[in-house]
Design a protein. Structure first.
Length: 558
């Protein structure tokens, strides 16, 4: 059965039913026929998508779903020197993972290259385009500035016949890269620099990932993109604010190509996120310079990086809805994204006991060799997830930070003479501890009170502290990777700088035994330590690796 789309539902669509200026435009344009809306998500396959692209994906696919229309996935693959099929496949995977489907509407700009060429020829015949011999540097000199008009190219008034001949020879490969271009003939005195005879075709002797070596001339983005929208009958071309000044050229191309019902271009502010680099070029440099573990490094803001770290599609869609869309550029606190994943996982993830920095505890009055299984809830806010049994033994491990030889004020965990609850088990009192030759505590001795077993009806004295633990005899060993922001905002310059402490690797993490059946990508809350995900790349049959998705607490407030 086809999924019903209505105006009064926003579940999983990445949009708020309260609407925004884009909704107003759509409703004004389409009236009662809002189901005729046709949008597109048009990435260039020259890198992996990041969280900023997720905003655009949720917006374009979400609008189509909300109004019962359609959204295409289209690759603007007009620059073969920077594009790769690897990026095409990663983008398709990201869009699917976020929960959106393009059905049978997968398109490539390269599929329209013949049509683009014919339109360019028609522009030449109408006197609207000419072949130019100026170099890129000379073209910049002729273009002028925001304060001064440009100068016309000395080749601007070539005859139609000469332009047609030269353009065909460009297509046939007679000229070198950069030797000639095809430019639109518009207005060199226009206050909008984009309208000053922009280049619409350039020479590039490069093999294309879909057309191979058929072409050695390729359309420029500003020429191809509006034509793609028009060919696909897109009603609303939704893009970020940097394309606002390009809108007159967008409209000129569609109009001069003869399309009667041009798409409407609508701009919105792109996503800015604190402590986050949002430039695909800069992200590619991090990968190529070996500063990160590929595009899917869990510190990267790429969708694949967020997925590997353990973010869920629901949390990212929630984030995109919360930030909304506007015309004004602003920077969103990264803490909001972290809030969204915490909010999504708090009722889903099984809560386990895992010790990141182990310190041995010996329960001196507990029988040697005895194993007792205590019952612990899987999630304190979701009873439906059930409970599990955890082995309690004479020797245990706790977090090193949960013991202090000389406790400070308001330290309510384990210390000489102090009593604490071991989660799900008993009250234990510290009686002694052992140090090595360097003065480092290596072992803590405790006694337990058998009358204080959790869940046995004990309602006696109270303790202020409860700590987690694992059995020294029955646990799973793993590696944990703790992440901080990969980039930090420099308060003095406002620039981003690499955080040298963005990754901490803990090689000796001990986790209760039920985790041995965990699968790649599975998410857990490690009690008091944060949310963690089984790494999908480095986990093997012999090595279990966890990525910390996010800590449990944040200073961020809604």
């Amino acid at each position: 059965m086809k999924e019903e789309n209505t105006l009064n539902t926003t579940e999983n669509n990445g949009l708020s039913e309260t609407g925004n200026f884009i909704h107003s435009y759509i409703q004004d344009d389409l009236g009662e026929n809002t189901n005729k809306i046709h949008t597109r998500f048009p990435p260039e396959p020259n890198g992996y998508l990041h969280i900023g692209h997720a905003k655009s994906i949720c917006l374009n696919f979400g609008l189509a779903k909300l109004y019962g229309g359609k959204c295409n996935l289209r690759f603007d693959d007009t620059n073969p020197t920077k594009e790769d099929v690897e990026y095409v496949e990663s983008i398709k995977e990201d869009v699917k993972w976020l929960g959106f489907a393009w059905e049978d509407r997968l398109y490539f700009a390269s599929s329209y290259f013949d049509q683009f060429f014919d339109i360019a020829v028609d522009l030449i015949k109408k006197g609207k385009a000419f072949v130019c011999d100026l170099t890129a540097e000379e073209m910049r000199e002729y273009r002028g500035t925001l304060q001064t008009p440009g100068k016309e190219s000395p080749y601007r008034n070539r005859s139609v016949e000469e332009n047609l001949d030269l353009f065909m020879r460009m297509k046939n490969g007679e000229f070198k890269d950069g030797e000639k271009t095809l430019r639109a003939k518009i207005d060199m005195s226009s206050p909008n620099i984009n309208m000053r005879d922009p280049v619409i075709y350039r020479i590039a002797h490069a093999s294309h990932h879909t057309t191979g070596d058929k072409w050695c001339i390729y359309p420029m983005y500003d020429f191809a993109h509006p034509l793609e929208d028009a060919i696909e009958n897109i009603t609303h071309s939704i893009c970020t604010m940097e394309f606002e000044d390009h809108r007159p050229l967008y409209d000129w191309v569609v109009r001069e190509a003869g399309f009667k019902n041009p798409p409407r271009q609508i701009e919105f502010a792109r996503l800015g996120l604190t402590n986050t680099v949002m430039s695909k070029r800069k992200l590619r440099a991090l990968v190529e310079d070996g500063l990160v573990d590929g595009w899917d490094d869990p510190r990267m803001p790429t969708i694949s990086g967020l997925r590997r770290r353990g973010y869920t599609p629901e949390s990212i869609r929630d984030f995109c809805e919360r930030i909304g869309v506007s015309k004004a550029n602003s920077k969103v606190d990264s803490g909001l994204l972290e809030y969204c994943i915490r909010d999504d996982l708090k009722g889903k993830a099984k809560v386990l006991m895992a010790v990141l920095d182990p310190l041995k505890v010996v329960v001196t009055n507990y029988p040697e060799g005895q194993v007792e299984y205590v019952e612990v809830e899987n999630n304190p806010v979701n009873e439906e997830i059930g409970k599990r049994l955890v082995p309690f033994t004479r020797e245990l491990y706790i977090e090193r930070s949960d013991f202090m030889e000389e406790p400070v004020k308001k330290f309510f965990r384990l210390a000489p003479g102090k009593e604490v609850r071991f989660k799900g088990a008993y009250f234990l009192t510290c009686t002694d501890f052992v140090k090595d030759e360097n003065g480092v505590v290596t072992e803590v001795h405790c006694t337990y009170d058998p009358e204080t077993k959790c869940g046995s009806g004990f309602e006696g004295r109270k303790v202020k502290g409860t700590i987690h633990w694992v059995s020294a005899d029955d646990h799973v060993k793993a590696e944990a990777r703790l992440y901080d922001y990969m980039m930090l905002d420099d308060e003095e310059t406002g620039d981003l700088k690499m955080n040298e402490n963005s990754l901490e690797v803990l090689p000796n993490v001990l986790i209760e035994p039920c985790v041995k059946d965990a699968v790649k990508g599975e998410k857990f809350q490690f009690m008091r330590n944060g949310y963690f995900c089984v790494d999908t790349k480095d986990t093997t049959d012999d090595k279990l690796v966890f990525n910390r998705i996010v800590s449990l607490k944040s200073s961020f407030k809604l």
